[in-house]
Design a binder for this molecule. Structure first.
Ligand code: MGD
Ligand code: MGD
Ligand code: SF4
Ligand code: MO
Length: 891
């Protein structure tokens, strides 16, 4: 693209984050500032953006970027780095064979990046040891789709969610994880209040704010629930015998298995009451237009693939698939999870939805690539891949666009695997992640806003990501790095001059000898000129060459991709309930952070929503274990342990504890929950069961607690010598830090001086001997450096008031007395934890407004405080606050 980085010129691109795939308008304004808004013409979002999308402009700074290749931690040039990578991979292959090397990639790479890497590994190196973080994310959906449909096809479109009369959301916290789809459903429901929404989740999440029914299911009760549903539909004559007869196989076998799932059994397995189960079944029976949306509560399970098929069974049995407002809908997580599946980026797939296990497919791809060899068998799946590395079987490993030391289960074992592997390459955009220290070679990749290519969203819509910033330092797009290494390894077929040439090859391959035999066909996008590719509008597949009128949904009239063109019911058995350990550890996401925080952690606004790692625990469990609000807790398993803040809430099920996956060594070293998660996987898909680790929970007995505000980033390694718990987050104007120690701190003043790193600082202190608290405010040359609050109990200062002092100019900063008190004068009340990140409105402000009676609706809160009136991501939380206040203040 020629026009990148023209100030004032608006570029249409696609959001860097979730699989909704929202269109974004980006306008560089100079000085590193970029104005971001939703693209009103993009069919995924029609102008909407969520809190993360709106804050994209705040995450483009270069301060944490890796801008030059590094070899062994020292700056190197590209020539040497690429030569080294090529020669070490070549040497390993010569000495130990193609299966001694591996790639571990990501659903955040662009299709073009992914295509080139997959071609290099499967067609030229000749191994299928290429797996991706999609194994942790979409593998059970892929396996379930293939079992049922004969192909990895998502049959429906986003519009179906608006047209449905019943939307079932199972294992999906859509309000926080796919916020713009959630808003589309919420808007449809506001227009048609008769539309029903059911949420099935062990936790009462923000998604429940628009739900008519919440089924607080026991972990992994889904197979039983949906098998019971199939049974209930059959018993009530609610199945579509014509559809079953004409388009499917295996109904009788599936029914034989499901018949035992009577209400009583379902109730036992799910922990739900018979009445609520019956009510859900009745809703499903009554509404023809049903979409069942599912995500990680389904996929990340030892019974994940069976859950997927249990859901699909119900849609096949009722013929509710591929028609407007109907169908099973697996929503993708990452911006290009779907594109990764198209290019066949997983270790058991080939390219363009062709099968590694099919000799004809292999021959077709080999000949199209003009490849010297082609992988003959599946490679290692993610968990196996790191196990193989730990066992010394992998001699060279290349990780790109993912941070496995945080995101893999049993994450400390991944560290050991990387230490054991003789040669590790990491391509990333950030210099210091939890994974980059293990890199023998660290390669600086181009980031969002700089790179050029395509991504495919949950509804199979291909959109362009276009650059609007110049490549910083020596950063390069991922596909060029893979192609450069391929050429250096002596392979022909990697002489692409542009992303558009790669895309063209990908599009052509999808159409080769296809003719409707394979679902993925974008032959109609082959042969685009560079300019046409630049201008390409968002478009859904299938898009075969030559056909104009086309159907964007699949399977309304059958036409599945098994040899006989029929779908398969899968007979599924509910898993036996686990022998109860103390707790089931469930992990997942929060609204304003993205995975391992390498980008959302750069935004003070996004970091304000939930500034600290936490464990959601039911009040009854907390009481039993003597855990009080704001205590720290230790969550442990045989794999490892984590220390996080207790969040006691009846939104949680008893016996279940939820910890978010986001915190890393960079932000909260004790809170890497991946180190606690077990690496058990689903047999059919190899996907780890990240939602159900047997764990224990106990109060962390802290000798002292602390809270600090600082103008510069705290050194967590150094502080960690005194504090077992540290958690930091960016704020406007600085950093906030939570800390606690298992052993007495000793000289608090010396600790404070070391914390602020300025021995000459002017420090004022205050000690309350009776309460055992100590407070310090630290200045240097009359400027506030920060403040530290220490207490034997969790520190009770007004966090948001304190944090705000860092952003103020000197004159406006609170007095020394106020700083030591940790709160401002009464006329400047504490806003409380931030709810609306767009306008920085806190929970106290909203509650006060509601208590005063000035606002009784989300709209009224928006009018008075602006909260919820921009991106809308916090609207369900505002609704929750209003309801909460109403309960507590009768009348
Ligand atoms: N804000 C934000 N949004 C994101 C991401 C992010 O990091 N941050 N990541 C993106 C990615 S890659 C993905 S994959 C998606 C994930 O999107 P989601 O799958 O919606 O998110 P999770 O929080 O992982 O899990 C969803 C829910 O599953 C529930 N659950 C746990 N066990 C069970 C069970 O046995 N049965 C049922 N029915 N439910 C269960 C959890 O309590 C949780 O609320 O989000 C995408 N969007
Ligand atoms: N406990 C627990 N663990 C989980 C999950 C869970 O629910 N619970 N969910 C799983 C799921 S669904 C997913 S998708 C994974 C996500 O886990 P990861 O993929 O490990 O998480 P990210 O933070 O998105 O990592 C992306 C990395 O790529 C870098 N990067 C960004 N842009 C580019 C680029 O253009 N090129 C390159 N080369 N690098 C780039 C980022 O800086 C970052 O280091 O986590 C999984 N792990
Ligand atoms: S919903 Fe939010 S994170 Fe997802 S693509 Fe849209 S703006 Fe980006
Ligand atoms: Mo994901």
């Amino acid at each position: 693209m020629k026009h990148a980085n023209e100030i004032g010129r608006t570029v249409r691109t696609t959001c860097a984050y979730c699989g909704v795939g929202c269109g974004v308008l980006a306008t560089p304004e100079g000085n590193g500032l970029v104005k971001i808004s939703g693209d009103p013409n993009h069919p995924a979002n029609y102008g909407r953006l969520c809190s993360k999308g709106s804050a994209l402009g705040e995450t483009l700074g270069l301060e944490e970027r890796v801008l030059h290749p590094m070899i062994g931690g020292a700056r190197a040039d590209w020539e040497n780095a690429l030569d080294l990578v090529a020669s070490r991979f070549t040497a390993a292959i010569e000495e130990h064979g193609p299966d001694s090397v591996a790639f571990y990639l990501s659903g955040q790479l662009l299709t073009e990046d992914y295509y080139v890497a997959n071609k290099l590994m499967k067609g030229f190196i000749g191994s299928a040891n290429i797996d991706t973080n999609s194994r942790l994310c979409m593998a059970s959906s892929v396996a379930g789709h293939k079992r049922a449909f004969g192909s990895d096809t998502v049959p429906g479109t986003y519009e179906d969610l608006e047209k449905a009369d019943l939307v079932v959301l199972t294992g999906s916290n859509l309000a926080w994880c796919h916020p713009v789809i959630f808003q589309r459903i919420a808007a449809a429901k506001a227009e048609r209040p008769e539309m029903s929404i059911v949420v099935i989740d062990p936790r009462r999440t923000a998604t429940c704010e628009i739900a008519d029914m919440h089924l607080a299911i026991r972990a992994d009760g889904d197979v039983a629930l949906f098998s019971g549903l199939l049974n209930a539909l059959a018993e009530n004559g609610a199945i579509d015998c014509d559809y079953i007869g004409q388009h499917t196989e295996g109904f009788v076998d599936a029914m034989r298995e499901s018949r035992s799932m009577r209400l009583r059994h379902v109730s036992e397995r799910t922990g739900l009451g018979p009445e609520e189960i019956r009510a859900f079944y009745e809703l499903f029976k009554r509404n023809k237009k049903v979409v069942t949306v599912y995500s990680q509560g389904v996929n990340q399970s030892a019974s994940g693939t069976d859950k997927v098929n249990a859901i699909i069974n119900c849609h096949l049995a009722t013929g509710r698939i591929g028609r407007p407002g109907m169908g099973p809908f697996s929503v993708t997580g990452q911006p290009n999870a779907m594109g990764g599946r198209e290019v066949g980026g997983l270790s058991n797939m080939l390219a363009a939805h062709m099968e590694l296990g099919n000799a004809e497919d292999r021959a077709r791809v080999k000949s199209f690539w003009n490849a010297p060899r082609i992988a003959e068998k599946s490679g290692f799946k993610a968990v196996e891949l790191f196990e193989a590395a730990a066992d010394g079987k992998i001699k060279a490993l290349w990780i790109a666009g993912t941070n496995p030391v945080v995101s893999m289960p049993d994450a400390d074992a991944v560290k050991r695997a990387l230490e054991a592997c003789p040669f590790v390459v990491v391509s990333d955009v950030i210099a210091e992640t939890d994974t980059t220290p293990f890199a023998d070679v660290l390669l600086p990749a181009a980031a969002w806003g700089e790179k050029n290519g395509t991504v495919t969203n949950s509804e199979r819509r291909i959109s362009r990501q276009r650059p609007f910033l110049p490549l910083p330092g020596e950063a390069r797009p991922d596909w060029t790095i893979f192609a450069d290494v391929a050429r250096r390894m002596g392979f022909a077929g990697f002489d692409y001059r542009s992303a558009s040439e790669v895309f063209d090859e990908h599009a052509r391959l999808s159409g080769v000898e296809n003719d409707g035999a394979r679902d993925f066909d974008i032959g109609g996008l082959a042969g685009l000129s560079e300019a046409e590719y630049d201008l390409m509008a968002p478009v859904q597949w299938p898009l075969p060459a030559g056909r104009v009128a086309r159907e964007t949904r699949f399977f309304a009239k059958g036409g599945f991709y098994h040899g006989d063109r029929r779908a398969r019911f899968v007979a599924v058995k509910p898993p036996k309930p686990e022998e109860t350990a103390d707790f089931t550890l469930n992990t997942g996401r929060v609204r304003d952070h993205w995975h391992t925080m390498t980008r959302t952690g750069l935004s003070a606004r996004l970091s304000a929503h939930i500034a600290e790692p936490f464990a959601e625990i039911h009040p009854a469990d907390a009481e039993r274990l003597g855990i009080a609000a704001a205590d720290l807790v230790e969550v442990a398993s045989p794999q490892g342990s984590a220390v996080v803040r207790a969040l006691i809430t009846d939104r949680q099920r008893p016996g279940n504890v939820f910890v978010a996956m986001h915190w890393t060594s960079r932000y909260a070293p004790s809170a890497r929950i991946g180190a606690v998660a077990h690496s058990a996987t689903d047999r059919a898909s190899g996907q780890p069961a990240l939602k159900s680790t047997a764990a224990t929970v106990k109060r962390f007995e802290a000798a002292w607690h602390g809270f600090a505000i600082l103008t510069s980033r705290p050194d967590l390694d150094a502080i960690g010598r005194h504090a077992a718990y540290t958690a930091t987050a960016r704020t406007e104007g600085g950093w906030r830090l939570e800390l606690a120690g298992a052993n007495p701190l000793g000289d608090a003043k010396a600790f404070a001086l070391a914390l602020f790193g300025e021995p000459e600082a002017d420090i004022v202190g205050y000690r309350d001997a009776r309460a055992g608290t100590e407070r310090f405010a630290v200045f240097f040359a009359e400027k506030l450096l920060g403040a530290l609050y220490l207490s034997p109990q969790p520190v009770a200062v007004s966090r948001n008031w304190a944090v705000a002092q860092l952003g103020l100019t000197d004159g406006a900063v609170g007095s020394r007395a106020e700083l030591l008190a940790g709160r401002g004068p009464a006329d400047r009340p504490d806003p409380g934890p931030i709810v609306c990140s767009c306008f920085a409105v806190g929970v106290n402000q909203i509650s006060a407004l509601v208590v005063s009676g000035e606002a009784v609706s989300v709209e009224a809160v928006g009018k008075a405080l602006n909260a919820g009136s921009n991106c809308g991501s916090c609207r369900s939380e505002i609704k929750g606050i209003i309801e909460n206040v109403r309960v507590k203040v009768p009348g």
